[in-house]
Design a protein around this ligand. Structure first.
Ligand SMILES: NC(=O)C1=CN([C@@H]2O[C@H](COP(=O)(O)OP(=O)(O)OC[C@H]3O[C@@H](n4cnc5c(N)ncnc54)[C@H](O)[C@@H]3O)[C@@H](O)[C@H]2O)C=CC1
Ligand SMILES: O=C(O)[C@@H]1CCC=N1
Length: 266
């Protein structure tokens, strides 16, 4: 029988997870997905992909093996109060995507005995290109199921839970950080002669190529950069100008401020 997945909170991330699970034959043949949202009509379109859409959290949980909690941190208390009567430690593996919410926070609301996993995916799950960090737990059998689910949505990395906040910033917020780079590169591309759509295509495919070079080889970025920077050429001139203006420093500082912010989310 298919594994039953309930995604509670069909917002930006929840819908990305649902779309990814419906998008490939491999995932859709393994997982039966139900997604909930208070205003379910806003995500009714997911039914076209074979996903069950409902406002009824308890009905979704009653059927589920894997329960993904994907509401905002401030909304978790109401959600757990809603589903608590049907939560069963023998049946349910709880998976939280919530930034800054610890497993202790969740246990306080659910009561003890549940395998609770903290995961940090990103919105590229919608196209099965997510990076998902999964926090280690002692529940090894359940862990395999959680990793299998997120492997069907992209790549996974098992990490110590004290790194979940760092994973949030680098992997989840990272989507926005890289997209802002692509937007800026496109704007530069327009200044030097391209139409907006052409500039975006060139910048996006170049970003994808740069990332793929690293994923394919495991090389350090600077090793690949050295291959592009012709002596006295235009690459090193542009790169050094970017660094004089604080490119690397701005990124590092932004990541640190983002990290410090997680403490304050809840
Ligand atoms: N957006 C992102 O890229 C990522 C978000 N996260 C985390 O995932 C969680 C969700 O984030 P987003 O999807 O961006 O937020 P969102 O605000 O877009 O989605 C939350 C959804 O949950 C629904 N909701 C709230 N209470 C509910 C309830 N009791 N029953 C059913 N639905 C309910 C809301 O109506 C909303 O549609 C957050 O905790 C966030 O920290 C983690 C990684 C990436
Ligand atoms: O910005 C946020 O707080 C959430 C967590 C990671 C991505 N979005």
């Amino acid at each position: 029988m298919d594994t039953q997945v309930a995604i509670l909170g069909g917002g930006n991330l929840g819908t990305a997870l649902a779309k990814g699970l419906a998008r490939t034959e491999e995932a859709s043949s393994k997982y039966d997905v139900t997604i909930t949202r208070r205003n379910a009509d806003l995500i009714r379109y997911l039914e076209d992909d074979g996903i069950t859409v409902t406002t009824d959290n308890t009905a979704a949980v009653e059927e589920a093996d894997l329960v993904i909690l994907s509401v905002q941190p401030t909304q978790i208390e109401d959600l757990v109060n809603d589903i608590k009567p049907v939560l069963d430690p023998q049946q349910h593996i709880l998976i939280s995507t919530m930034a800054g919410v610890t497993d202790e926070d969740i246990t306080e609301l659910t009561g003890s005995g549940f395998p609770i996993f903290r995961v940090m995916p990103n919105t590229a799950a919608a196209i099965n290109q997510a990076m998902t960090c999964v926090g280690k737990t002692p529940h090894k059998e359940a862990e395999e199921k959680v990793i299998e689910l997120f492997e069907s949505l992209g790549k996974t990395l098992l990490i110590n839970t004290d790194l979940m906040e760092a994973a949030t910033v680098l992997g989840a917020c990272g989507i926005a950080f890289f997209l802002r780079y692509i937007r800026a590169a496109s704007q530069g591309g327009i200044e030097v002669g391209f139409h907006a759509k052409e500039a975006q295509l060139i910048a996006s495919q170049t970003a994808l190529g740069a990332a793929a070079l690293l994923l394919d080889s495991d090389n350090h970025p600077e090793h690949e950069i050295d291959k592009v920077t012709t002596p006295k050429g235009c690459t090193i001139a542009g790169l050094n100008e970017m660094e004089h203006n604080g490119l690397s420093s701005a990124l590092i500082k932004g990541i640190k401020v983002s990290y410090e912010m997680i403490e304050k989310i809840r």
